[in-house]
Design a protein around this ligand. Structure first.
Ligand SMILES: [Zn+2]
Length: 395
């Protein structure tokens, strides 16, 4: 799975070529459940063994299963990197693995290859484990030992098949998107369609989960329901982002920025800012300059709300600023879509716009983007129609 959302790593396992690889605490629960189910139900049901050998076989199978999940995610990451897309992290958690990408594929072909790499690797592992089982049987090894590769190729096949369901954020949803994107030359429209299939599939899983829960009074039904909820929320978020991008398609940074934003000395106190400067400006953020006039950072005005009124007189705006090193930089002629990407990578920080001689030309905040979308939405669809025909086809 490839996802941009909020799965956080709790335990760092290591790094793979600079990409942090870790597990979420919930993986311990799944590891325990899988091992227990194998040792207590699956293996004793079909093979002769002792309690100890069942547990050893179950542990080996679980470790190799989680290794398979990791291989699936790492293959997404490797192919993403090969196509110039940064990889933020790889995390194993409750519902398998997630590769979090720090950017987006530039072409439908790259989008397809990044998505297909995961299920492709899982299918490769199906071949490997089936081959091992075949070899074992050729040399006369049967029973519990052969049950491990046998279970592993089946679970990898299941993993590949599930991930190939064409519902974003599953890999199949990405593959669907790349196909629609290739056909329509419109990435955002393709993302919206794949995401809608994704939220529909999420709802279906929730319904199936509840039906299982009610029918069999079995807590396992809740697992598809939770997975469905996760897929539904991730798909809805993707659809939202794609719609924003669609609304901003074809616009340049200069079209949305607040030009000539106020530049205020970092030694200014919040009280001075509020009483002497802000009444004169309509802006969501001000530029903060040092004593030599250098741009030091940006102050989103909402940060002032975190300062208690009694401290306004002795809090300087330099203490509240986002330092310039952490602020995304844009050029006036740059497409807004590119800036959107940079702002989301910077955790939603406002951006500074510099002109050709690196002088401050403007500031772009989330508020600027909201207002642009709002005015674009209240006008007819004619403008956005002409914009998408203006040749801003990605790739
Ligand atoms: Zn995947």
């Amino acid at each position: 799975m490839i996802e941009d959302g909020g799965v956080r790593q709790s335990i760092r396992l290591g790094t793979y070529r600079g990409v942090p690889v870790g597990v979420h605490w919930s993986v311990a629960v799944i590891f325990g459940l899988v091992t227990w189910e194998l040792a207590d139900i699956v293996f004793p049901g079909s093979y002769v063994g002792t309690r100890a050998t069942y547990w050893v076989a179950a542990l080996v199978a679980s470790v190799l299963f989680f290794g398979s999940l990791l291989a699936h995610e790492i293959s997404h990451a490797v192919v993403a990197r090969r196509h110039g897309v940064a990889v933020r992290s790889i995390t194993l958690w409750l519902f398998g693995g997630v590769a979090q990408l720090g950017g987006e594929a530039l072409t439908p072909g790259a989008d397809f290859r990044i998505a297909a790499a995961g299920p492709g690797t899982s299918l490769l592992l199906v071949g490997v484990f089936a081959g091992v089982q075949g070899l074992m049987s050729a040399v006369g090894v049967h029973g519990l030992v052969a049950a491990v590769p046998s279970w592993l190729w089946k679970i990898n096949l299941l993993l590949a098949a599930f991930n190939l369901i064409p519902a974003a954020p599953l890999d199949g949803g990405r593959i669907l998107r790349s196909g629609l994107w290739m056909r329509s030359h419109d990435r955002n429209r393709a993302t919206v369609t794949a995401a809608r299939v994704g939220s529909g599939f999420g709802i279906l899983l929730i319904a199936v989960g509840f039906a299982l829960f009610v029918r069999y009074d079995n807590l396992y039904g809740l697992w598809p329901a939770f997975l469905g909820w996760f897929l539904f929320t991730a798909a809805r978020a993707e659809e939202g982002v794609a719609k924003v991008r669609r609304g901003l398609q074809g616009l340049r940074v200069a079209d949305v920025m607040t030009p000539h934003p106020p530049a205020i000395a970092s030694s200014t106190t919040v009280a001075e800012l509020v009483h002497h400067h802000l009444p004169w400006y309509r802006t969501d953020a001000v530029a903060v300059v040092g004593s030599t006039g250098w741009l030091e950072g940006i102050l989103p005005l909402e940060r002032i709300n975190s300062v208690p009124p009694l401290s306004h007189a002795d809090t300087r705006i330099g203490q509240l600023e986002i330092p310039i090193a952490a602020v995304p930089v844009a050029r006036p002629e740059e497409p807004v879509e590119d800036l959107l990407q940079k702002m989301s990578e910077a955790g939603g920080s406002p951006a500074v716009v510099l002109d050709a001689s690196n002088r401050l030309a403007g500031i772009v905040t989330a508020g600027n983007l909201d207002r642009t979308l709002h005015t674009a939405g209240s006008r007819s669809g004619a403008r956005s129609g002409s914009q998408s025909g203006a040749g801003s086809v990605p790739g």
